[in-house]
Design a protein around this ligand. Structure first.
Ligand code: NAD
Ligand code: UDP
Ligand code: UDP
Length: 338
């Protein structure tokens, strides 16, 4: 059994009576895999703000240098172009493992979820770092329980078109718990529900980014199926707060991190119309295979044990994302005109 690492606990400022008082929190060395991506780059901003030393490991599969470029030149920031499917040696205190092709159009391509997670767990084991896995609500599949509680085991098709994502994340959770139980690695598991915000990939096919880009480009909003399927949309700053509380806290999880506000895709289209263009048309398209009918997090556990809940509603968060998308869709020509 590994003894609690007092120096580590002191560094992260953990309390609970075990920490010698007077030991002050120092900056941590933190790796963020996938840190050039949408969620990762917002997390990096918060960690940098806190005074940590941040190493981003990213292969730019869907991430962009632009998302973290504002930290270039800061001695506390490092960016490594690396595919986590390959081993890597680093000396760090915490690992936020986000690297993953996260949208249906991208995630069919590689085994990041399994091999990448294994490597990052191997790294955590070697250096005694705390490891946080960003899992997903997709582990619940097309859920037969609503809303979804962490104790629900899910309803997932192991051979479907989405399997490499949802089964990949389920395997990643299994590996994480195996390293926790078998090698005493300190781990945390977040199950993230649909998240949106500035820096989201514009063309990766997710519904919020699709609708916003379509409305801005005066194209019809593409609603798949009958549009009655539901999702719960979380603003990215709420998610980042939840991830950091989870990492710093004492509970392994898994924890659902999501906004319980539930919308049908038609309702979402309506909010996008209200926010961007009331005259935007809606066009129905055939739905994808194995599309979950509904999804909504039960966040009781995160509320109780992490003291966390989302603060930003869809109607508050969407305009913040639209501002960023407007600049990226139209480039300089319209910048400042909104
Ligand atoms: P994203 O695509 O913007 O970010 C993923 C990042 O990982 C990108 O920068 C990409 O270049 C990088 N990456 C992918 N494969 C890699 C590899 N093999 N090696 C190194 N880097 C690699 O997606 P995101 O929305 O920011 O997602 C971040 C994490 O959160 C993912 O693990 C995702 O599964 C999880 N998640 C996100 C959502 C959501 O709604 N955004 C929901 C559930 C779970
Ligand atoms: N690994 C890594 N960086 C490290 C330590 C390990 O990338 O600092 C990789 C290692 O190459 C291996 C995986 O993590 O592929 C799992 O490592 P572990 O030590 O748990 O397994 P083993 O190497 O004993 O099979
Ligand atoms: N969707 C849609 N129009 C789009 C893109 C997606 O109606 O242009 C639907 C999709 O069928 C699904 C929901 O929106 O029911 C959420 O899809 P997304 O890919 O954003 O997330 P996930 O399915 O992973 O929750």
């Amino acid at each position: 059994q590994r003894k609690p690492n007092l120096e580590y606990l002191a560094r992260i400022g953990a309390t609970g009576g075990k920490i010698p008082l007077g030991l002050k929190r120092k900056g941590l060395r933190v790796v963020v895999t996938g840190g050039a991506g949408f969620v990762g780059s917002h997390l990096v901003d918060r960690l940098m703000e806190r005074g940590d030393t941040v190493i981003v490991v990213d292969n730019f599969f869907t991430g962009r240098k632009e998302n973290v470029m504002h930290h270039f030149g800061n001695p506390n920031f490092e960016m490594i172009r690396h595919d986590v499917v390959e081993p890597i040696l680093l000396e760090v205190d915490q690992i936020y493992h986000l690297a993953c092709p996260a949208s249906p159009v991208h995630y069919k391509f590689n085994p990041t979820n399994v091999v990448g997670t294994l490597n990052m767990l191997g790294l955590a084991k070697r250096v005694g770092a705390r490891f946080l896995l960003t899992s997903t609500s997709e582990v619940y599949g097309d859920p037969l329980q609503h809303p979804q509680v962490e104790t629900y085991w899910g309803n997932v098709n192991p051979i479907g078109v989405r399997s490499c994502y949802d089964e990949g994340k389920r395997t990643a959770e299994t590996l994480t718990m195996d390293y926790h139980r078998g090698a005493n690695v300190e781990v945390r598991i977040a199950r993230i529900f649909n998240t949106y915000g500035p820096r989201m990939c514009i063309d990766d096919g997710r519904v919020v980014s699709n609708f916003v880009a379509q409305a801005l480009r005066k194209e019809p909003l593409t609603v798949y199926g009958d549009g009655k399927q539901t999702r719960s949309f979380q603003y990215v700053s709420d998610l980042v707060e939840g991830l950091m509380r989870l990492m710093e806290g004492e509970h392994v999880g898994p924890f659902n991190l999501g906004n319980p506000g539930e919308f049908t895709m038609l309702e979402l289209a309506k909010v996008v119309q209200e926010t961007i263009d009331p005259n935007a048309n809606i066009e129905f398209r055939p739905n994808t295979e194995d599309d979950p009918h509904k999804r909504k997090p039960d966040i009781t556990k995160a509320k109780e044990l992490l003291g966390w809940e989302p603060k930003v509603s869809l109607r508050q968060g969407l305009p913040l994302m639209v501002k960023d998308f407007r600049q990226r869709v139209f480039g300089d020509q319209k910048e400042g005109s909104s």
